[in-house]
Ligand binder design. Sequence first.
Ligand SMILES: NC(=O)c1ccc[n+]([C@@H]2O[C@H](COP(=O)([O-])OP(=O)(O)OC[C@H]3O[C@@H](n4cnc5c(N)ncnc54)[C@H](OP(=O)(O)O)[C@@H]3O)[C@@H](O)[C@H]2O)c1
Length: 338
Amino acid sequence: MKAIGFKSSLPVDETESFILFETPTPVPTGHDLLVKVQAASVNPVDYKIRQNSLKDQVAAEPKVIGWDAAGIVEAVGEEVTLFKKGDYVYYAGDYTRAGGANQEYQLIDERIVGFAPTKVTLEEAAAMPLTALTAYELLFDRMRLSKEKDAGKSILIIGGAGGVGSVTIQLAKKLLGLRVIATASRPESVEWCKNLGADVVVNHRNLEQELNANGYTELDFIVDFVDLNQYWDVIVKLIKPQGQIGAISDAKAPVDLRPLKRKSLSFHWELMFTRPMFNTADMIAQHHILNKIAALLDDGTIRSTLNTTLQSFTVENLKAAHRMLESGTAIGKVVIKY
Ligand SMILES: NC(=O)c1ccc[n+]([C@@H]2O[C@H](COP(=O)([O-])OP(=O)(O)OC[C@H]3O[C@@H](n4cnc5c(N)ncnc54)[C@H](OP(=O)(O)O)[C@@H]3O)[C@@H](O)[C@H]2O)c1
């Protein structure tokens, strides 16, 4: 089968930053599905792994990454009970497992796979899994928000137009009834956030002043999808006593939890790879979350965050997608059609 990978961590514009090669099609065993990938999305984790995992070394075989895909089940392992050949599926995957979505066929554990939505295209489906799992797990599993107790409260989403922000705006608004304040700094990203349902959009370059100008001096919940170090002081200042803070991106420097005591604040990390990486007892929760997201897409409660589609699975298109994500200016998701 055809695969695209890399042997060294190289800048994306180097010729060999991605290589097209042939590799044997794998055979599923146990809980694995063999999926023929038909569309895949690219996330910041892709370029971070490409930039860092093979630094100053040359691997014998190309490393294949990619954690967001939609496709059709071609074969199943002997312990598979949830899916059968011919089912359309979508999933994010496990970044500790070799062999990602940047190949024609991929092995994936059925417990972290959902049935693809049926009323949107497979490209629109492939845009969703990683960011939807992140947003859903953060809001519901970590922060334990619910419509019954939290409707009408305020949430600030730092990084509103990005992949994760674009799903979080919709879940916070549609499933929780929160007042959603998102950050965006360009006319096109401001417009995107408003179209997804944000009540207010503020510019992160002037965060506190813009929040105040819109009547927000404190918020019940703040989630940061950009850089905890950059925003920590202002988050601690703007969060209400007994409020909750959520974060998903790496903090390059230590984060000081001591200021949280005065206001009895709680802090939540979310990493959507935790369940598959540690094979947790509730790993199948990702199967259920993806099925729920598919139902929300199918009944029109939320919409796909797909914004850019690249028309074929080539080295050039994979490089283009990485370049878009590396720029830090992605709006919604970029998907490659296979
Ligand atoms: N823990 C997890 O499970 C998990 C899952 C997914 C992603 N992540 C991480 O979370 C981060 C966000 O991921 P993503 O996919 O949403 O990223 P993304 O799609 O690349 O985000 C792009 C958006 O970020 C905004 N932005 C850029 N610089 C900013 C700044 N200094 N302040 C505020 N906003 C800024 C931009 O909008 P404007 O310029 O218009 O504001 C842009 O639209 C990444 O670091 C990613 O690796 C973690």
